[in-house]
Design a protein. Structure first.
Length: 229
């Protein structure tokens, strides 16, 4: 039977003593001291675990990062950090999470990346008789990692032209979208997503959304009609 190494035993002893010290003095000790850099999208979550010797509370320095729960009892605890909004600042941004217990505080620094691809216009409208839509966007994502995702619907089709780019921080033009006449009186719409392809080539990071909305075909009410009592 393989015996645990001395370093493993010492690490366990230190962990146990640290937790006991937090319980005795009413302080706080972080089990999770660092959080990996978060992507630029919203609703990404990470956990932070800690040992509290008393009741505790936690908060974030910035509104783009939420903390739940934000208070609790003594003992081993965990909180979830979640990105509330996507990072559209085009700069890497930082928030500090503070956990307080027994008059002592511990902090965890959280960074959110600045990968961005933003449509210049979030909504495009087309008349019922049809027309063309030319979407443009700005991005700092490499061209070979940026995709546009959309629903395959019969009432529009793409031009054969490819995306255009320039430099590392670039402005792109999506292929021209040809929209067919709408025979229905009901408005129809479709969404288009700018996504970053992850390194594993199977995951996508959603960066921005634009909508194309086409008006319904109004009935012809120009003719006059008569009725007799």
């Amino acid at each position: 039977m393989k015996r645990p190494s001395l370093l493993v035993v010492l690490a366990g002893v230190i962990l146990l003593l640290s937790g006991c010290m937090a319980d005795e003095v009413g302080g706080i000790w972080l089990v999770t001291e660092t959080v990996g850099e978060m992507p630029s999208t919203k609703d990404y979550a990470a956990e932070v675990y800690f040992q509290a010797g008393d009741e505790w509370r936690a908060w974030s320095s910035d509104g783009w990062l939420s903390v739940t729960p934000n208070e609790g009892k003594s003992g081993r605890n965990g909180i979830r950090l979640r990105t509330v909004t996507p990072n559209r600042t085009r700069d890497r941004r930082k928030a500090t999470v503070t956990i307080e217990s027994g008059g002592q505080q511990q902090t965890v620094t959280v960074w959110q990346r600045n990968d961005y691809a933003l449509f210049d216009q979030r909504e495009y409208t087309v008349e019922a008789q049809g027309g063309e839509v030319n979407m443009t966007f700005q991005s700092n994502v490499p061209k070979d990692s940026l995709l546009i995702m959309y629903m395959r619907l019969s009432w529009y089709a793409w031009d054969a032209d490819s995306l255009t780019t320039r430099a590392a921080d670039w402005h792109g033009s999506v292929k021209t979208l040809h929209v067919s006449p709408n025979p229905s009186q009901t408005e129809r719409s479709s969404y288009f997503l700018l996504v970053k392809l992850a390194s594993r080539r199977i995951d996508y990071q959603y960066l921005d959304t634009a909508w194309v909305r086409q008006a319904g075909n109004s009935p012809d009410v120009s003719g006059e009609s008569e009725t007799r009592p």
